[in-house]
Structure formats: C-alpha cells, structure tokens
Design a protein around this ligand. Structure first.
Ligand code: SF4
Length: 364
C-alpha cells in the first residue's frame, strides 16, 4: 500500500531506533502526545517496546470523546428523553458515561438516539423527519469543525427548521497550554497531533513555543512517523533549541488548511469550554456565531451543563488524571477490574482513541 507500507518499514524503524538510542540523554525524557490516534498507534505497533526505557510517551487530552464533559452528556441524555427529538451522534459518544447514564442507555429507553458517520447525514435525517427536532452532537477538535460548519451552512441554505447543533467542539493549543501551566507536569516536549495540525498548521503552536519554550514536533501516525518525531524532539532537547518541527510534511503545512479555517470561522466563534478532567478552560472551544443562533441547540433548548461534573468526573474514575498525563491507565484501581471496554466506567475506556482502551487492547 503506497504511503503506508513505507512508513512501517522494518529497516527504517530499526535505523530510527538506533538514532534515538544514540541521541538519548542519560535521564528520563517525558514527551506528551495530544492525539488519540497517536495513543492507539504507539501501543498497536509496540513502539513502547522499541524505544529506550527512559523515553516515556504520555497521553494527554487528545481523545475528543474522552474530554467531553459529563455535563454535556447529561444535557444530551436529557434531550434524548424527549419523545419529539432525534439525537444524532458519532458512535464512540454513545457509550460515554454521564453522571447518571450514557446516551446508549437513554436512547435504549426512548429509542431516539441515532448513530451517524458524517455530520452531513443530519441534513437528510432532518428532511425525512419534519415532525422531529433533530439535534446533532458536534463533538471533536479542529479537524471535525470544518465539516460541521459546512453542514450548518447547508442547513441554512436548505432552510431546515428542525435541525440543531449542540457544540462541544474543542481546540488543542489551549489544552496544551493548560497542561504546561500545571506545576506537577514534568514534560520535555510535545508530539503534536497530525490531523489537527493539517487544519491549523504548524504556526498555530507558535504561542505555546513562545510562552513555554518547549520542543514541539508535528508527526504522522505510522511507526516511522512517530519514531522520527521522537528523534526530532530529542535533537531539540540535546541542542537546547526548542522549535516547531514538522515531521508530517506530506500532509501538514505551516499555515494549515486555510479553506477549512475560513469555513469554520464563518460559522463558529472561539468560546470558553468545559473539558472533562481539565475543567473550564478559557477560549478553548467553538460555539455557533449569533448569525446561526437559530441552529444552536444550547440557545434553542436553554441547555445548562452542570459545571460540578466537569472537573473530576465519576467518583473513583482516574480519567481526570489520565487525561492530564498524571496517571497511567494501569495505575487506576478500576483498570481491568471494574472498568473494561465491554463495561467502561470512564470515557478513556470507551473510545478506541482513549488511553485506557488502547492500553487494555495492546498491553493488558
Ligand atoms: S481504567 Fe476506567 S475508570 Fe480508570 S481511568 Fe481508565 S477509564 Fe477511568
């Protein structure tokens, strides 16, 4: 497979592992990734077993489902209990626990929660069900925002009166800044997310670099990408010259995808947002602009998210610390006992992109 097998090459990964060993300092180096696909690839390809033991890759708040606040799930479950609504969601969201139930449980009772694969499906579902209020749960990072913005524009053009969007869209650079502002963190660099960076570009990390002087490298998701990302970060650490490297040149450019940024900016404005485990972060989310208020489920249904659930999550669940990179999945007392992918207690076990799920699948 072109552009896949080359990046899984045994000889290339071997060379990169040698290069990493050659440049590795004689101390522990802690790198963080903020992308669920990096989390899954790292364990799936056994990269943790190839790199020197002193090189640690820590998962941060990079799984969109995992960082969706309990208050949002609770409000969405409330919507699903109204027999006149249809709640549309991406698959991973259905099993994420709120404070009382997940959407799957709420939908099971009222059978008005539907799984969709693309936000554009919402247009047809709304047209086919004129008697229902159709609410699309807009969950994701900068990567997803553009396609949701396009759907809002299409809904306006079609003059749909029964389609609404409930936004929990979030932005990655403010989350990185939050992580770095925590005095308990001991991080030496960030492996920046490939998908998000394809949209926002490498330049979007300039404020993080300026404020924290920390090595940054955008990387792809195949073994060669991730290992080369490690090598570039170690080189910055060795030379004591923090910068923004771009390993994922075949996809990511400095300015990013301007078209996607414009479409997103046309429909959404940057707002404060609640993150599970991290709490309320200023200017870290996207909400619909006033011009699109008619489509904004939050305004139309007067939705209130209980902020008390956005800090720690469910009692005993270690997700808050897992999302901040302060706890490894295996250190959570519920891991593999009360919490498994079949019976998830916290969101990090639900999604394929969650750290606990990846750890369970590949390292249990
Ligand atoms: S093992 Fe389960 S309960 Fe523990 S942190 Fe992970 S998802 Fe949360």
């Amino acid at each position: 497979m072109k552009f896949v097998n080359e990046f899984r090459s045994r000889s290339l990964t071997g060379k990169l592992v040698n290069a990493i060993n050659g440049i590795m300092p004689e101390r522990e180096v802690r790198l963080m990734e903020v992308c669920g696909t990096h989390t899954a690839s790292f364990y799936r390809f056994g990269l943790d077993r190839l790199i020197p033991p002193g090189l640690k890759l820590i998962s941060g708040p990079g799984c969109p489902v995992c960082v969706t606040a309990e208050g949002f799930i609770d409000a969405a479950c409330g919507l699903a209990k109204d027999k006149d609504t249809l709640v549309l969601s991406f698959g991973d969201m259905l099993r994420v626990p709120g404070s009382n139930s997940s959407l799957e449980e709420a939908g099971g009772k009222f059978s008005n929660v539907r799984l969709v694969y693309s936000p554009l499906e919402a247009l047809k579902i709304a047209s086919d069900h004129p008697g229902k209020k159709v609410i699309f749960l807009a969950v994701g990072f900068e990567t997803t925002a553009g396609s949701i913005a396009l759907t809002v524009l299409a809904a306006k053009k079609k003059k749909l009166k029964n389609l609404f969007f409930y936004s929990a869209l979030k932005l990655i650079p403010p989350a990185m800044e939050y992580i770095l502002s925590d005095p308990r963190q001991r991080l030496d660099g960030f492996l920046c997310p490939g998908h998000v960076s394809a949209i926002i570009g490498t330049r979007a990390y300039a404020p993080v670099l300026k404020k924290y002087r920390i090595p940054l490298c955008v990387a792809g998701f195949e073994p060669v990408d991730i290992l080369e990302g490690f090598y570039l970060l170690l080189k910055q650490i060795k030379n004591n010259s923090p910068r923004i490297d771009n390993q994922y040149l075949r996809v990511v450019r400095g300015p990013g995808n301007i078209k996607a940024q414009r479409i997103t900016g046309r429909v959404f404005r940057v707002s404060d947002a609640s993150w599970r485990g991290l709490g309320g972060l200023p200017l870290s989310g996207l909400e619909l602009k006033k011009e699109f208020a008619f489509f904004d489920a939050k305004r139309q249904f007067s939705l209130k998210e209980n902020p008390s659930f956005t800090r720690g999550g469910r009692k005993k669940c270690g997700c808050a610390d897992v999302l901040k990179g302060l706890l490894s999945p295996k250190e959570c007392p519920l891991f593999f006992k009360a919490c498994t992918p079949e019976n998830p207690y916290g969101p990090c076990m639900v999604s394929r992109e969650g750290a606990c799920n990846a750890y369970f699948k590949y390292r249990r």
